[in-house]
Every structure is written in structure tokens, then in C-alpha cells.
Design a protein around this ligand. Structure first.
Ligand SMILES: Cc1ncc(COP(=O)(O)O)c(C=O)c1O
Length: 393
């Protein structure tokens, strides 16, 4: 504990690099027969595996329809398109860029709204204040896997007469009021990329109880083909291939363990970092379960002794990855700056983007790895004055 941080010439604490993300995948042997059968059948897309995966996901989530697509981004874009969201859509700026790029692809425009820095999700008062007769939809994110206030948002959307869509990219494994995330709003769109708890390689799921919407997503993922070589609306190829569906279905069998593990790891982080000055945690309501797709802290430089970026650099020197999600927030990205509201209207987004740091969390990891990350943060805090003194930039 009295050792020197690697940035000051000490020995790095992590003997092996601690990566931010390390996918946990099903064993090849468990999928061997299905992969072989798919190959020999020649049906490498649009086959039985896709149907089996969609059924397994719908039953897991308890929804009528789970439509598998090539990614969460295509699922979101098709959802926005199917719902004909052609005007301003309320959306957080404190999110991953794809929440917004999909809106633009579908012909909508983002109306950026502030978040609650405690939950990191949309601020309900700010959503109400941003509503106007032109608004055609609300998109909420379960950020880092922390369920957004689904019932309150549903009431706001119903009152305004606009659809509510959840970007549930981080949401597999999360529970809102003890029910799986996936059941709320008009639809919820999940990502199945390798940084998530449920992994299909690449892929997405659009979950909904709206049969007509599910039908339109199915048409949309197939170029918009109406089934008679005509076009119902301009779609894209957003199909999920059979191999991805096999991987996804086997990954689903590991989901509950992944979610339970991550909750345990998050508790360990909270326990070990809780007494350090200037460190804050995402607030999760007691009846909810965060998927902890990411485990993120906030850092108040004046109290901790170092800035968030300096902590990240010091961790990197120890061999520990971290990521400043989402800095810059989306409204400051070049492509979206023209939709940016006055900076004064997103104070919490700007506050959080400058302080948030995601630490390594995997669906399966040694608790000792968390000990190393926490020990490194403690040691870096302890040596903050020297680290500040040696800072060149
Ligand atoms: C909030 C959010 N939305 C959408 C996406 C896009 O997901 P995909 O990579 O499956 O397109 C991501 C990716 O991680 C995300 O974090």
C-alpha cells in the first residue's frame, strides 16, 4: 500500500493488463452440433436458429415479440423509422453516439435533454420541460444498465401522446421494479455486441408487445420488402445470421450468472472505494437491478486530489484500463453540434461528462482483480500531491 504509483516510477500493480471489458462466451463444444448442422444445411441466414433465438429471448423477457437484428443501432433506426418519427425527439446527450446517429438515419432530429447525475438517466423534470407540440417521441437510455424510470416516462409519453422508446443497449440482465428490462415503453432495443452481458458477436433485439411494430421491424430488416418484391418503406439489410443466433441463444443461458456476478463485483467496488474522498457512485433504486454493463464512478478533483483524466493516466500506467464515458457528450460531437441547445440547458450532462470514469468489470472476474484496481486508486489518491506536481499537461 505504501508503494509508489507506476507514474512516479513504481512497479505497475497489475502483472497482467486489466482490460475494461473481457467478453465471457459459451464454450465451443456446447455449440458444436448446431454450428455443424447449420453449415451442412446450407441455411446460414434466415433459418431455424434465428427463430429459436427470438423465441428464447421473448420468453426470457416476457414479451410478445423479440425481433433479432444486426445491431442495436439498426434496431433503433428501424424502430424510429417504423414509428415515423420525423420531427424532434427528446433524447439524452449523456449517451453513446449510436442512440443519436440512429435518429438521424431515420429522419428525426435530436432534442437533447439533461440527465440526473445520480442515476445518469434522463431527468424527468427536464423531459417535461422539453415537451412541445412538435415533439414526436421520447428516447430514454438505461445508462450503464441502470433502469430508467420506466413508469414515470410512460406516463409522460402517454400524456404527450408520443411513443416512448428505450435504448436498452446496456439493459440485458437489468430489472426494473423486479421485472426484466425489455417490457417497457413501445419498444426496447438491446445490443448484443461483445461488451454486453448477452453476446451474439454483433446483434440487437427489438422487444415489444406491439404486433404491428414487430411486423414493421421484420419488414424493415429485410430492405422494406413487403414479401412480394415490393417495398413497404425504405428498409435496410439488418438481418442476424444463424451463427450469431446460436451464440446469442447459448449466451442467454449464462445471462443470470453474468448479472449476479456483476452485481457482486459492483458491491465490492463500492465497499472498497466508498471511503475515498471525492468518489461517487451511480444510484440504483432498491427495487431495481443494474446490469452493470459498465461500473462507473464520478470523481471530484478538488476532494480526491487529482482530475479524472490524471487518475485514468495513472491507472493506465498500472496496467489498468478505464474509459471516460461519455466525454464529450453527444451534443458536442461535430456531427451533432448543430442540434446542441445552449450549454446552460445541459448543466448536469456537462458536469457528469467531465467527472465520470468507467472501471474494469467483466461478467466473470477474480475478486482479486477488483482488489488491484481499488488498491491502485487508493495508492494514486495517497500520492496525489506528487502526481499533481509531476503533471506536464
Ligand atoms: C447506449 C447505446 N446505444 C446503442 C449502442 C449501439 O449498439 P450496437 O453496437 O449493437 O449497434 C450502444 C453500443 O454499445 C450503446 O452503448
Amino acid at each position: 500500500m505504501s508503494g509508489k504509483p507506476a507514474l512516479l516510477g513504481g512497479k505497475p500493480l497489475a502483472a497482467d493488463p486489466v482490460r475494461l471489458v473481457r467478453p465471457v462466451l459459451p464454450a465451443f463444444d456446447s455449440m458444436r452440433a448446431e454450428i455443424a448442422e447449420t453449415l451442412s444445411s446450407g441455411m446460414v441466414t434466415k433459418g431455424a436458429q434465428l427463430v429459436a433465438f427470438e423465441q428464447a429471448v421473448a420468453s426470457h423477457l416476457g414479451v410478445d415479440h423479440a425481433v433479432a437484428v444486426s445491431s442495436c443501432t439498426t434496431g433503433l433506426a428501424l424502430t424510429y423509422r417504423a414509428l415515423e418519427l420525423n420531427g424532434p425527439v427528446i433524447v439524452p446527450s449523456f449517451t453513446f453516439m449510436a442512440t443519436v446517429s440512429a435518429l438521424i438515419w431515420a429522419g428525426a432530429t435530436p432534442r437533447f435533454v439533461d440527465i440526473d447525475p445520480a442515476t445518469t438517466n434522463l431527468d424527468l423534470a427536464a423531459v417535461r420541460a422539453a415537451l412541445s407540440p412538435e415533439v414526436v417521441g421520447i428516447v430514454a437510455v438505461h445508462n450503464f444498465g441502470n433502469p430508467a424510470a420506466a413508469h414515470e416516462l410512460e406516463a409522460i409519453a402517454a400524456n404527450a401522446g408520443v411513443p416512448l422508446v428505450f435504448d436498452a443497449a446496456h439493459g440485458f440482465g437489468a430489472r426494473y421494479e423486479r421485472q426484466p428490462v425489455g417490457r417497457f415503453g413501445r419498444t426496447e432495443c438491446f445490443s448484443l455486441s461483445p461488451t454486453k452481458l448477452l453476446i451474439a458477436g454483433e446483434g440487437g433485439i427489438v422487444a415489444t408487445n406491439d404486433a404491428e411494430l414487430a411486423r414493421r421491424i421484420r419488414v424493415g430488416r429485410e430492405y422494406g420488402n413487403d414479401g412480394h418484391y415490393g417495398t413497404e418503406f425504405a428498409g435496410i439489410n439488418a438481418r442476424m445470421a444463424e451463427y450469431n443466433a446460436i451464440l446469442g441463444r447459448h449466451s442467454l443461458l449464462q445471462l443470470e450468472t453474468a448479472a449476479e456476478n456483476r452485481s457482486r463485483y459492483a458491491a465490492l467496488y463500492r465497499e472498497q472505494l466508498g471511503d475515498l474522498p471525492g468518489i461517487g457512485f451511480q444510484s440504483v433504486r432498491p427495487a431495481d437491478r443494474c446490469s452493470y454493463k459498465d461500473f462507473s464512478i464520478t470523481l471530484e478533483a478538488a476532494e480526491f486530489g487529482l482530475s479524472r483524466n490524471r487518475l485514468a493516466a495513472a491507472l493506465a500506467a498500472e496496467g489498468i484500463d478505464s474509459r471516460a464515458y461519455y466525454d464529450p457528450p453527444v451534443h458536442q460531437h461535430t456531427a451533432y453540434a448543430r442540434y446542441a441547445p445552449p450549454a446552460a440547458s445541459l448543466p448536469q450532462t456537462i458536469w457528469l461528462a467531465a467527472r465520470c470514469l468507467s472501471l474494469p468489470i467483466h461478467s466473470q472476474m477474480e475478486p482479486a482483480t477488483i482488489d488491484i484496481v481499488c488498491q491502485a486508486i487508493r495508492q494514486i489518491h495517497h500520492h496525489a500531491p506528487e502526481l499533481r506536481a509531476t503533471q506536464t499537461a
